[in-house]
Design a protein around this ligand. Sequence first.
Ligand code: ZN
Length: 453
Amino acid sequence: MTGTRWLAEYAWLPDHAEPTPDVLIETADGRITAVTPLAGDDGAPTAGVEVLADAERLPGLTLPGLANAHSHAFHRALRGRTHGGRGDFWTWRDRMYAVAARLDPDSYLALARAVYAEMALAGITCVGEFHYLHHNPDGTPYADPNAMGEALVEAAAHAGIRITLLDTCYLTATVDGQPLTEPQRRFGDGDALRWAERVAAFTPAGDHARVGAAIHSVRAVPAGQLATVANWADRRGAPLHVHLSEQPAENDACRAVHGRTPTRLLADHGALGPHTTAVHATHLTSGDLTLLGDAGTGVCLCPTTERDLADGIGPARRMADVGLPLSLGSDSHAVVDLFEEARAVELDERLRTRRRGHFGAAELRDAATVGGHAALGWRDAGRIAVGARADLVTVRLDSPRTAGVPPVGVWFAAGAADVAQVVVDGRTVVRDGRHLTVDVPAELTAAIEEVTR
Ligand SMILES: [Zn+2]
Protein backbone atom coordinates (compact mmCIF):
# COMPACT_ATOMS: atom_id res chain seq x y z
CA MET A 1 0.00 0.00 0.00
CA THR A 2 1.57 3.29 -1.09
CA GLY A 3 0.56 6.19 1.05
CA THR A 4 0.93 9.95 0.70
CA ARG A 5 1.13 12.48 3.49
CA TRP A 6 -0.23 15.97 2.87
CA LEU A 7 0.31 18.86 5.23
CA ALA A 8 -2.47 21.39 4.82
CA GLU A 9 -1.86 24.92 6.08
CA TYR A 10 -5.61 24.91 6.76
CA ALA A 11 -8.16 22.15 6.18
CA TRP A 12 -11.93 22.38 6.55
CA LEU A 13 -12.97 19.29 8.47
CA PRO A 14 -16.56 18.00 8.74
CA ASP A 15 -18.69 19.43 11.52
CA HIS A 16 -16.26 22.31 12.02
CA ALA A 17 -17.69 25.79 11.60
CA GLU A 18 -14.25 27.06 10.55
CA PRO A 19 -11.07 25.64 8.97
CA THR A 20 -8.43 24.06 11.21
CA PRO A 21 -4.74 25.09 10.90
CA ASP A 22 -1.90 22.61 10.28
CA VAL A 23 -3.68 19.37 9.44
CA LEU A 24 -1.82 16.23 8.41
CA ILE A 25 -3.92 14.23 5.93
CA GLU A 26 -2.76 10.74 5.03
CA THR A 27 -4.08 8.91 1.98
CA ALA A 28 -3.59 5.49 0.43
CA ASP A 29 -5.24 3.71 -2.48
CA GLY A 30 -7.53 6.65 -3.13
CA ARG A 31 -8.88 6.92 0.42
CA ILE A 32 -8.16 9.14 3.40
CA THR A 33 -6.54 6.96 6.07
CA ALA A 34 -5.78 9.52 8.80
CA VAL A 35 -6.58 13.16 9.61
CA THR A 36 -4.47 14.73 12.37
CA PRO A 37 -4.66 18.36 13.48
CA LEU A 38 -1.13 19.25 14.55
CA ALA A 39 -1.66 22.54 16.34
CA GLY A 40 -2.26 22.54 20.07
CA ASP A 41 -5.16 24.29 21.77
CA ASP A 42 -3.04 27.44 21.92
CA GLY A 43 -2.52 27.32 18.15
CA ALA A 44 1.20 26.52 18.44
CA PRO A 45 2.53 23.57 16.43
CA THR A 46 2.92 20.38 18.41
CA ALA A 47 6.09 18.30 18.49
CA GLY A 48 5.22 16.25 15.42
CA VAL A 49 5.47 18.99 12.80
CA GLU A 50 9.24 19.03 12.32
CA VAL A 51 9.34 15.32 11.43
CA LEU A 52 7.10 15.91 8.42
CA ALA A 53 9.83 16.56 5.89
CA ASP A 54 8.33 13.92 3.59
CA ALA A 55 4.84 15.43 3.61
CA GLU A 56 3.64 17.33 0.55
CA ARG A 57 2.81 20.87 1.63
CA LEU A 58 -0.55 22.34 0.69
CA PRO A 59 -0.27 26.11 1.27
CA GLY A 60 -3.69 27.77 1.60
CA LEU A 61 -7.03 26.24 2.51
CA THR A 62 -7.74 22.62 1.63
CA LEU A 63 -11.37 21.72 1.04
CA PRO A 64 -13.01 18.41 0.23
CA GLY A 65 -13.75 17.84 -3.48
CA LEU A 66 -16.41 20.08 -4.98
CA ALA A 67 -19.28 18.38 -6.82
CA ASN A 68 -20.95 19.98 -9.82
CA ALA A 69 -24.33 18.30 -9.57
CA HIS A 70 -25.87 19.66 -12.78
CA SER A 71 -24.07 19.96 -16.11
CA HIS A 72 -24.90 19.99 -19.79
CA ALA A 73 -21.34 19.92 -21.11
CA PHE A 74 -22.15 21.18 -24.61
CA HIS A 75 -23.75 24.38 -23.31
CA ARG A 76 -20.21 25.62 -22.64
CA ALA A 77 -19.97 26.37 -26.37
CA LEU A 78 -22.63 29.09 -25.92
CA ARG A 79 -20.75 31.11 -23.32
CA GLY A 80 -20.64 34.75 -24.38
CA ARG A 81 -22.53 34.08 -27.62
CA THR A 82 -26.15 34.63 -26.62
CA HIS A 83 -26.13 38.16 -25.28
CA GLY A 84 -26.53 40.10 -28.55
CA GLY A 85 -30.28 40.55 -28.42
CA ARG A 86 -32.70 40.63 -25.54
CA GLY A 87 -34.24 37.19 -25.83
CA ASP A 88 -35.40 34.94 -23.02
CA PHE A 89 -35.00 31.33 -21.93
CA TRP A 90 -36.80 30.10 -25.03
CA THR A 91 -34.72 32.08 -27.56
CA TRP A 92 -31.57 30.99 -25.72
CA ARG A 93 -32.82 27.43 -26.11
CA ASP A 94 -32.96 27.81 -29.92
CA ARG A 95 -29.26 28.78 -29.95
CA MET A 96 -28.48 25.83 -27.72
CA TYR A 97 -30.25 23.45 -30.10
CA ALA A 98 -28.13 24.72 -33.00
CA VAL A 99 -24.99 23.57 -31.16
CA ALA A 100 -26.63 20.30 -30.16
CA ALA A 101 -27.29 19.53 -33.81
CA ARG A 102 -23.57 19.77 -34.66
CA LEU A 103 -22.26 17.22 -32.16
CA ASP A 104 -21.27 13.60 -32.76
CA PRO A 105 -19.44 11.19 -30.44
CA ASP A 106 -15.99 12.40 -31.56
CA SER A 107 -16.67 16.12 -31.36
CA TYR A 108 -18.54 15.69 -28.07
CA LEU A 109 -15.61 13.79 -26.58
CA ALA A 110 -13.28 16.65 -27.52
CA LEU A 111 -15.61 19.35 -26.18
CA ALA A 112 -16.56 17.55 -22.95
CA ARG A 113 -12.94 16.62 -22.21
CA ALA A 114 -12.02 20.33 -22.29
CA VAL A 115 -15.10 21.35 -20.29
CA TYR A 116 -14.50 18.73 -17.60
CA ALA A 117 -10.84 19.78 -17.43
CA GLU A 118 -12.04 23.37 -16.90
CA MET A 119 -14.13 21.98 -14.04
CA ALA A 120 -11.08 20.21 -12.58
CA LEU A 121 -9.21 23.53 -12.61
CA ALA A 122 -12.11 24.98 -10.63
CA GLY A 123 -11.78 22.29 -7.92
CA ILE A 124 -14.62 20.09 -9.17
CA THR A 125 -13.87 16.42 -8.53
CA CYS A 126 -17.20 14.98 -9.69
CA VAL A 127 -19.76 16.04 -12.28
CA GLY A 128 -23.40 15.09 -12.77
CA GLU A 129 -23.95 15.13 -16.52
CA PHE A 130 -27.63 15.50 -17.36
CA HIS A 131 -27.31 13.86 -20.75
CA TYR A 132 -29.95 13.77 -23.47
CA LEU A 133 -28.00 14.00 -26.77
CA HIS A 134 -28.46 10.29 -27.33
CA HIS A 135 -28.92 9.65 -31.05
CA ASN A 136 -28.11 10.88 -34.56
CA PRO A 137 -29.67 14.26 -35.42
CA ASP A 138 -32.51 12.50 -37.31
CA GLY A 139 -33.29 10.39 -34.24
CA THR A 140 -31.84 7.08 -35.45
CA PRO A 141 -29.57 5.38 -32.92
CA TYR A 142 -25.83 5.16 -33.43
CA ALA A 143 -24.47 1.63 -34.12
CA ASP A 144 -23.70 1.65 -30.40
CA PRO A 145 -26.84 3.32 -28.99
CA ASN A 146 -24.88 4.61 -25.97
CA ALA A 147 -21.98 6.05 -28.00
CA MET A 148 -22.62 9.62 -26.81
CA GLY A 149 -22.79 8.61 -23.15
CA GLU A 150 -19.59 6.64 -23.52
CA ALA A 151 -17.90 9.71 -25.01
CA LEU A 152 -18.85 11.70 -21.89
CA VAL A 153 -17.58 8.99 -19.55
CA GLU A 154 -14.29 8.88 -21.47
CA ALA A 155 -14.07 12.68 -21.39
CA ALA A 156 -14.32 12.67 -17.59
CA ALA A 157 -11.55 10.06 -17.41
CA HIS A 158 -9.28 12.24 -19.56
CA ALA A 159 -10.01 15.23 -17.34
CA GLY A 160 -9.32 13.19 -14.18
CA ILE A 161 -12.71 13.68 -12.50
CA ARG A 162 -15.58 11.34 -11.58
CA ILE A 163 -18.88 11.41 -13.43
CA THR A 164 -22.43 10.33 -12.76
CA LEU A 165 -24.01 10.06 -16.19
CA LEU A 166 -27.63 11.02 -15.59
CA ASP A 167 -29.11 9.38 -18.65
CA THR A 168 -32.12 11.48 -19.49
CA CYS A 169 -35.51 10.33 -20.71
CA TYR A 170 -36.81 12.92 -23.18
CA LEU A 171 -39.88 11.89 -25.17
CA THR A 172 -42.16 14.84 -25.95
CA ALA A 173 -41.86 18.53 -26.79
CA THR A 174 -44.69 19.86 -24.61
CA VAL A 175 -46.66 19.02 -21.49
CA ASP A 176 -49.63 18.02 -23.66
CA GLY A 177 -47.52 15.46 -25.52
CA GLN A 178 -46.56 17.08 -28.83
CA PRO A 179 -43.96 14.92 -30.59
CA LEU A 180 -40.30 15.89 -30.80
CA THR A 181 -39.42 17.82 -33.95
CA GLU A 182 -36.14 18.40 -35.76
CA PRO A 183 -33.59 19.69 -33.25
CA GLN A 184 -35.06 17.59 -30.44
CA ARG A 185 -35.42 14.35 -32.38
CA ARG A 186 -32.02 13.05 -31.32
CA PHE A 187 -33.03 13.29 -27.65
CA GLY A 188 -35.83 10.74 -27.87
CA ASP A 189 -36.02 6.98 -27.37
CA GLY A 190 -39.69 6.68 -28.40
CA ASP A 191 -41.04 5.66 -25.01
CA ALA A 192 -39.81 5.13 -21.46
CA LEU A 193 -39.50 1.36 -21.81
CA ARG A 194 -37.15 1.74 -24.75
CA TRP A 195 -35.23 4.39 -22.80
CA ALA A 196 -34.88 1.88 -19.94
CA GLU A 197 -33.71 -0.89 -22.29
CA ARG A 198 -31.02 1.32 -23.80
CA VAL A 199 -29.76 2.53 -20.40
CA ALA A 200 -29.78 -0.99 -18.93
CA ALA A 201 -27.34 -1.99 -21.69
CA PHE A 202 -24.94 0.81 -20.76
CA THR A 203 -22.01 -0.22 -18.55
CA PRO A 204 -19.65 2.72 -18.25
CA ALA A 205 -15.94 2.00 -18.63
CA GLY A 206 -13.98 2.88 -15.50
CA ASP A 207 -14.31 3.13 -11.73
CA HIS A 208 -14.73 6.90 -12.08
CA ALA A 209 -18.20 6.57 -13.61
CA ARG A 210 -21.70 5.62 -12.55
CA VAL A 211 -25.05 5.78 -14.29
CA GLY A 212 -28.11 7.51 -12.90
CA ALA A 213 -31.44 8.45 -14.43
CA ALA A 214 -33.12 11.71 -15.30
CA ILE A 215 -36.58 12.84 -16.27
CA HIS A 216 -35.88 15.84 -18.45
CA SER A 217 -38.98 17.67 -17.17
CA VAL A 218 -42.75 17.29 -17.05
CA ARG A 219 -42.68 18.77 -20.57
CA ALA A 220 -40.61 15.91 -21.92
CA VAL A 221 -41.96 12.77 -20.22
CA PRO A 222 -45.71 12.02 -20.34
CA ALA A 223 -47.33 11.54 -16.93
CA GLY A 224 -48.11 7.90 -17.67
CA GLN A 225 -44.43 7.12 -18.23
CA LEU A 226 -42.89 8.94 -15.26
CA ALA A 227 -43.11 5.85 -13.06
CA THR A 228 -41.11 3.74 -15.54
CA VAL A 229 -38.12 6.04 -15.19
CA ALA A 230 -38.56 6.42 -11.42
CA ASN A 231 -38.78 2.65 -10.93
CA TRP A 232 -35.67 2.05 -13.03
CA ALA A 233 -33.67 4.30 -10.70
CA ASP A 234 -35.37 3.03 -7.57
CA ARG A 235 -34.59 -0.63 -8.30
CA ARG A 236 -30.90 0.22 -8.63
CA GLY A 237 -30.68 2.76 -5.80
CA ALA A 238 -29.45 5.14 -8.51
CA PRO A 239 -29.87 8.91 -8.42
CA LEU A 240 -32.89 10.34 -10.25
CA HIS A 241 -32.70 13.98 -11.35
CA VAL A 242 -35.40 16.15 -12.90
CA HIS A 243 -35.64 19.77 -14.08
CA LEU A 244 -38.46 21.19 -11.97
CA SER A 245 -40.38 24.47 -12.29
CA GLU A 246 -37.54 26.44 -13.84
CA GLN A 247 -40.06 28.53 -15.77
CA PRO A 248 -43.55 29.78 -14.82
CA ALA A 249 -44.70 28.72 -18.32
CA GLU A 250 -43.98 25.09 -17.41
CA ASN A 251 -46.09 25.42 -14.25
CA ASP A 252 -48.96 27.02 -16.20
CA ALA A 253 -48.91 24.32 -18.89
CA CYS A 254 -48.80 21.54 -16.28
CA ARG A 255 -51.76 22.99 -14.39
CA ALA A 256 -53.71 23.38 -17.65
CA VAL A 257 -53.09 19.79 -18.79
CA HIS A 258 -52.90 17.88 -15.50
CA GLY A 259 -54.69 20.16 -13.04
CA ARG A 260 -51.75 20.17 -10.65
CA THR A 261 -48.25 21.56 -10.22
CA PRO A 262 -45.21 19.76 -11.69
CA THR A 263 -44.10 18.80 -8.15
CA ARG A 264 -47.50 17.29 -7.38
CA LEU A 265 -47.48 15.44 -10.71
CA LEU A 266 -44.06 13.92 -9.94
CA ALA A 267 -45.20 12.98 -6.42
CA ASP A 268 -48.36 11.34 -7.74
CA HIS A 269 -46.29 9.15 -10.07
CA GLY A 270 -43.70 8.06 -7.52
CA ALA A 271 -40.87 10.21 -8.85
CA LEU A 272 -40.03 11.98 -5.58
CA GLY A 273 -37.93 10.27 -2.93
CA PRO A 274 -34.61 10.46 -1.10
CA HIS A 275 -32.66 9.53 -4.25
CA THR A 276 -34.37 12.26 -6.27
CA THR A 277 -32.85 15.67 -6.92
CA ALA A 278 -35.02 18.45 -8.31
CA VAL A 279 -32.96 20.84 -10.41
CA HIS A 280 -33.77 24.59 -10.11
CA ALA A 281 -37.13 24.31 -8.27
CA THR A 282 -37.38 28.06 -8.77
CA HIS A 283 -41.13 28.61 -8.91
CA LEU A 284 -42.62 26.48 -6.12
CA THR A 285 -45.79 26.77 -4.09
CA SER A 286 -45.82 26.20 -0.32
CA GLY A 287 -47.53 22.89 -1.03
CA ASP A 288 -44.71 21.93 -3.40
CA LEU A 289 -42.13 22.62 -0.67
CA THR A 290 -44.03 20.40 1.75
CA LEU A 291 -44.19 17.58 -0.81
CA LEU A 292 -40.46 17.78 -1.50
CA GLY A 293 -39.67 17.91 2.21
CA ASP A 294 -41.91 14.94 3.04
CA ALA A 295 -40.23 12.89 0.30
CA GLY A 296 -36.69 13.76 1.44
CA THR A 297 -35.98 15.03 -2.07
CA GLY A 298 -32.94 17.23 -2.65
CA VAL A 299 -32.68 20.42 -4.69
CA CYS A 300 -29.82 21.39 -6.99
CA LEU A 301 -29.59 25.16 -7.32
CA CYS A 302 -27.85 26.65 -10.37
CA PRO A 303 -27.77 30.35 -9.49
CA THR A 304 -25.42 31.61 -12.21
CA THR A 305 -27.51 29.93 -14.93
CA GLU A 306 -30.78 31.04 -13.35
CA ARG A 307 -29.32 34.56 -13.33
CA ASP A 308 -28.10 34.29 -16.92
CA LEU A 309 -31.45 33.02 -18.21
CA ALA A 310 -33.52 35.43 -16.11
CA ASP A 311 -35.31 32.46 -14.52
CA GLY A 312 -35.86 33.97 -11.09
CA ILE A 313 -34.67 33.19 -7.55
CA GLY A 314 -35.62 29.92 -5.88
CA PRO A 315 -36.67 29.86 -2.20
CA ALA A 316 -33.32 28.50 -0.98
CA ARG A 317 -33.68 29.31 2.72
CA ARG A 318 -37.19 27.89 2.88
CA MET A 319 -35.92 24.76 1.15
CA ALA A 320 -33.17 24.31 3.72
CA ASP A 321 -35.61 25.01 6.56
CA VAL A 322 -37.91 22.16 5.50
CA GLY A 323 -34.90 19.85 5.35
CA LEU A 324 -34.21 19.61 1.62
CA PRO A 325 -30.55 18.69 1.05
CA LEU A 326 -29.03 21.35 -1.23
CA SER A 327 -26.47 20.88 -3.99
CA LEU A 328 -25.06 23.19 -6.66
CA GLY A 329 -24.61 23.02 -10.42
CA SER A 330 -23.10 25.18 -13.13
CA ASP A 331 -25.73 23.86 -15.58
CA SER A 332 -25.26 26.00 -18.73
CA HIS A 333 -21.64 26.84 -17.83
CA ALA A 334 -22.10 30.56 -18.37
CA VAL A 335 -19.77 30.39 -15.36
CA VAL A 336 -17.86 27.34 -14.05
CA ASP A 337 -17.12 28.38 -10.48
CA LEU A 338 -18.72 26.69 -7.49
CA PHE A 339 -17.52 29.48 -5.18
CA GLU A 340 -19.67 31.84 -7.22
CA GLU A 341 -22.62 29.40 -7.14
CA ALA A 342 -22.29 28.98 -3.37
CA ARG A 343 -22.16 32.66 -2.50
CA ALA A 344 -25.01 33.36 -4.93
CA VAL A 345 -27.27 31.15 -2.79
CA GLU A 346 -26.77 33.63 0.05
CA LEU A 347 -26.51 36.80 -2.03
CA ASP A 348 -29.64 36.14 -4.11
CA GLU A 349 -31.54 35.60 -0.87
CA ARG A 350 -30.27 38.98 0.31
CA LEU A 351 -31.48 40.68 -2.88
CA ARG A 352 -34.90 39.19 -2.49
CA THR A 353 -35.36 39.85 1.23
CA ARG A 354 -33.14 42.96 1.59
CA ARG A 355 -31.65 41.29 4.64
CA ARG A 356 -28.20 39.68 5.16
CA GLY A 357 -27.09 36.47 6.82
CA HIS A 358 -29.31 33.60 5.64
CA PHE A 359 -26.72 30.82 5.20
CA GLY A 360 -23.66 30.03 7.31
CA ALA A 361 -20.30 29.35 5.64
CA ALA A 362 -20.46 25.66 6.61
CA GLU A 363 -23.88 25.32 4.94
CA LEU A 364 -22.51 26.76 1.70
CA ARG A 365 -19.50 24.42 1.97
CA ASP A 366 -21.76 21.42 2.42
CA ALA A 367 -23.91 22.30 -0.60
CA ALA A 368 -20.77 22.58 -2.75
CA THR A 369 -19.15 19.39 -1.46
CA VAL A 370 -20.89 16.61 0.47
CA GLY A 371 -24.38 17.62 -0.66
CA GLY A 372 -23.46 17.50 -4.33
CA HIS A 373 -21.64 14.20 -4.04
CA ALA A 374 -24.61 12.64 -2.25
CA ALA A 375 -26.99 13.91 -4.96
CA LEU A 376 -24.82 12.10 -7.51
CA GLY A 377 -24.68 8.84 -5.57
CA TRP A 378 -21.12 9.17 -4.20
CA ARG A 379 -21.94 9.17 -0.51
CA ASP A 380 -18.33 8.39 0.44
CA ALA A 381 -17.03 11.68 -0.99
CA GLY A 382 -17.06 15.36 -0.09
CA ARG A 383 -15.60 15.19 3.43
CA ILE A 384 -12.04 15.28 4.73
CA ALA A 385 -12.48 12.30 7.03
CA VAL A 386 -11.01 8.83 7.50
CA GLY A 387 -12.49 6.41 4.97
CA ALA A 388 -13.67 9.08 2.55
CA ARG A 389 -12.42 9.35 -1.00
CA ALA A 390 -9.10 11.21 -1.16
CA ASP A 391 -10.36 14.36 -2.88
CA LEU A 392 -8.44 17.46 -1.79
CA VAL A 393 -8.96 20.93 -3.26
CA THR A 394 -6.50 23.58 -2.15
CA VAL A 395 -7.39 27.25 -2.51
CA ARG A 396 -4.72 29.95 -2.43
CA LEU A 397 -5.00 32.46 0.38
CA ASP A 398 -2.37 34.76 -1.18
CA SER A 399 -4.01 35.68 -4.49
CA PRO A 400 -5.21 39.22 -5.27
CA ARG A 401 -8.73 38.04 -4.35
CA THR A 402 -7.95 36.09 -1.21
CA ALA A 403 -4.99 37.94 0.35
CA GLY A 404 -5.89 39.05 3.85
CA VAL A 405 -9.12 37.04 3.83
CA PRO A 406 -9.64 34.72 6.82
CA PRO A 407 -9.93 31.08 5.66
CA VAL A 408 -13.60 30.91 6.69
CA GLY A 409 -14.27 33.75 4.23
CA VAL A 410 -13.34 31.90 1.03
CA TRP A 411 -16.95 31.42 -0.06
CA PHE A 412 -17.32 35.19 -0.26
CA ALA A 413 -13.88 35.96 -1.70
CA ALA A 414 -12.37 33.16 -3.77
CA GLY A 415 -13.05 32.15 -7.34
CA ALA A 416 -12.19 29.21 -9.54
CA ALA A 417 -8.90 30.91 -10.50
CA ASP A 418 -7.72 30.61 -6.89
CA VAL A 419 -7.71 26.81 -6.94
CA ALA A 420 -4.05 25.79 -6.85
CA GLN A 421 -4.11 22.02 -6.43
CA VAL A 422 -6.70 19.31 -6.99
CA VAL A 423 -6.40 15.68 -5.95
CA VAL A 424 -9.11 13.26 -7.08
CA ASP A 425 -9.24 9.77 -5.57
CA GLY A 426 -5.64 10.26 -4.43
CA ARG A 427 -4.31 11.33 -7.83
CA THR A 428 -3.07 14.87 -8.45
CA VAL A 429 -4.96 16.33 -11.42
CA VAL A 430 -4.16 20.05 -11.03
CA ARG A 431 -0.92 21.48 -9.65
CA ASP A 432 0.02 25.18 -9.36
CA GLY A 433 -3.27 26.05 -11.05
CA ARG A 434 -2.46 23.99 -14.17
CA HIS A 435 -4.17 20.87 -15.42
CA LEU A 436 -1.51 18.18 -15.70
CA THR A 437 -2.79 16.54 -18.91
CA VAL A 438 -5.15 18.94 -20.73
CA ASP A 439 -4.29 22.34 -22.21
CA VAL A 440 -7.69 23.71 -21.23
CA PRO A 441 -7.81 27.05 -23.11
CA ALA A 442 -6.41 25.57 -26.33
CA GLU A 443 -8.73 22.55 -26.27
CA LEU A 444 -11.79 24.66 -25.45
CA THR A 445 -11.00 27.02 -28.32
CA ALA A 446 -10.59 24.21 -30.83
CA ALA A 447 -13.60 22.20 -29.69
CA ILE A 448 -15.95 25.20 -29.61
CA GLU A 449 -14.79 26.40 -33.02
CA GLU A 450 -15.60 22.96 -34.37
CA VAL A 451 -19.26 23.13 -33.27
CA THR A 452 -20.00 26.83 -33.83
CA ARG A 453 -18.41 27.69 -37.18
ZN1 ZN B 1 -30.29 21.81 -16.91
